[in-house]
Design a protein around this ligand. Sequence first.
Ligand code: ATP
Ligand code: MG
Length: 299
Amino acid sequence: MPDAAPQPRARPGAVPAVEVSGVRLSFEDRRILDGVDLRVMAGERMVILGSSGCGKSTLLRVMLGAYRPDEGRVSVFGRDITAMAEEELNEMRRRWGAVFQGGALYNSMTVGENVALPLRENTQLDDSIIAIMVRMKLDLVGLSDFEDLKPAQISGGMAKRVSLARAIALDPEILFFDEPTTGLDPVTGGGIMRLINDLTVKTGATGVIVTQDMSCAFTCADRIALLHGGRVHAVGTPGEIRDSSDPLVRQFINGDPDGPIPFRLCRDNCAGALRAPPRRKSGRRPRPGSGEAEPAASP
Ligand SMILES: Nc1ncnc2c1ncn2[C@@H]1O[C@H](COP(=O)(O)OP(=O)(O)OP(=O)(O)O)[C@@H](O)[C@H]1O
Ligand SMILES: [Mg+2]
């Protein structure tokens, strides 16, 4: 296991950037989130770990206002986004950027157009200024000469970098990452981790990083939260998590197939045998900006 790599940085502030309280969410009759409480302080890098299918991406989408929870609330910089109208939420969305698990790039647009999109939608900047900013952001993620290519013409790792360049287009106060290093070679993964740290440490932005990659977790986290059974099972600094005697935490960080976290999944127990109470069919649809409506990037 790689060492935690503490970076010189301002201490995370006392103000919560994101506060999740008592969040419950079901899909049909399957309860995925069952009372999640989590507070991410401004300037902090919070890593959310958990086994595949436990609801990490779902939680991230709730934090982004892409899914409304059935119960509970999510506050961003003290404002309850679960109660917000779409217009108000769109205003808030300017304050954060998200890198989705599959990249979520628009296949019909070039790499440059994808990165330019938030600038076109949210600013009145001239095309020439936008072009300079797009080049700067792509340069920052190490992709200088790829502006004119389409997502289908780049690799999955490159698509993640483009997605990151798009996420930082508006210099957000919070950066959300869903599996930023999964499926990448170690060098590219290391480069992405360094970028996550640089982008948050140097700008003071808050980072919320969902991952199963322990190297990413211990390199990027100020604190780590382990999601299990629809709740935050444990939260602590990388040192506290590493030294934890909790069997579930130990199993997860050691990658042990035997233990309280089941290897075998069945449809009804993805989040730990959680059965939701009967509910009206909500016909839940992804809200705009969920990363779900957009066509996926190259695999
Ligand atoms: N839109 C949806 N409709 C119905 N079920 C969903 C939807 N999105 C997610 N799920 C279910 O919710 C559960 C959690 O999914 P989620 O994608 O949040 O898991 P995850 O922890 O991110 O997994 P992974 O590590 O594999 O990415 C899964 O059982 C999944 O089938
Ligand atoms: Mg996921």
